[in-house]
Design a protein around this ligand. Structure first.
Ligand code: ZN
Length: 289
């Protein structure tokens, strides 16, 4: 028979081992677990990331295929991005035929990756044939929120309540944004605003404005186009031409000088989509006053 006195050190060592193992599992386990369980989502352009992040919260990890400052016309994804794409469970595509970036790089990968669910942003409204920037319409984006919510629930049914609540909160904010934009821009219904690159067709349609663009079909304007454009700005008594950082500003500068006006930036690719749309509303209101 062993006496308790002799067994005590052994018991103490055993208790210590159990405690230490528990502590290790506690401090390391959950972190590893969360990382492993996050749902990888690929999107094409930065503003789409906000939709996925607002609905998916910490249950998702978003990879943007066209990084800040890069043009969808010319960018090719890096090997690391392609690897992340291949690991994604969900792909949120812009979904316009004039967005060849998506088909050129990802159609093949989608065929190979049987695990990937594709959400097509083009399904949320009537497409404009010459404008791929449908994420600049709050109406489209509200549709995107619903599609992303349903896709995430399909992939991760356990998060259903979480996704539904997040989607509802974001939809409320989008509705408030729509009201704000209508209040600001409603008084200028039918008025023209002037831009270099025609990114704002959906926005214009939704808020009753008319977009006039200097660049057409991604070609720089010729002397005749410049002349006509300047004439039109003068007739409207417009003082502002809007540009974006992905395109050369020279032609817009010439127009601004000719009308004694100025060049201002609107960003169609901002990551903080919601606040950027507010900013766009304020800038357009100022330009139309
Ligand atoms: Zn564009």
């Amino acid at each position: 028979m062993y006496s308790l006195k002799k067994l005590l050190p052994l018991i103490l060592v055993l208790v210590l081992i159990v405690l230490l193992t528990g502590a290790l599992v506690f401090f390391m386990g959950p972190k590893v677990g969360i990382n492993d369980q996050r749902i990888d989502v690929a999107v094409s352009v930065l503003p789409q990331a906000q939709v996925v992040e607002r609905v998916g919260g910490e249950r998702v990890r978003v990879t943007v295929m066209i990084p800040p400052g890069k043009s969808p016309q010319t960018y090719s994804p890096s090997p690391e991005q392609l690897r992340r794409f291949a690991a994604a469970r969900l792909y949120f595509k812009v979904g316009h035929p004039l967005f060849p970036f998506e088909n050129a790089h990802f159609d093949r990968l989608i065929k190979v990756n049987k695990n990937i669910l594709v959400v097509d942003g083009g399904e949320c409204g009537k497409l404009l044939p010459h404008d791929a920037h449908l994420w600049l319409s709050p109406g489209f984006v509200a549709g995107h929120v619903r599609l992303i919510r349903d896709a995430l629930i399909k992939i991760d049914p356990e998060g259903k309540g979480f996704y539904k609540e997040n989607a509802r909160a974001f939809l409320d904010e989008i509705e408030a944004l729509g009201s704000e934009l209508k209040r600001r821009l409603g008084p200028y219904r039918g008025r023209k605003f002037f831009v270099y690159h025609p990114a704002w067709g959906y926005f214009a349609r939704e808020f009753g404005l008319v977009q006039r663009a200097l660049q057409k079909h991604n070609k720089a304007p010729g002397p005749k186009d410049m002349e006509r454009f300047i004439q039109e700005l003068k007739e409207e008594n417009a003082k502002i031409i809007f540009v974006q950082e992905q395109f050369d500003q020279r032609h817009a500068d010439i127009v601004a000088r000719a009308i004694g006006g100025e060049v201002k930036a609107l960003d169609p690719l901002a990551r903080d989509w919601l606040n950027n749309m507010r900013e766009v509303g304020r800038e357009l209101e100022k330009a139309l006053k």
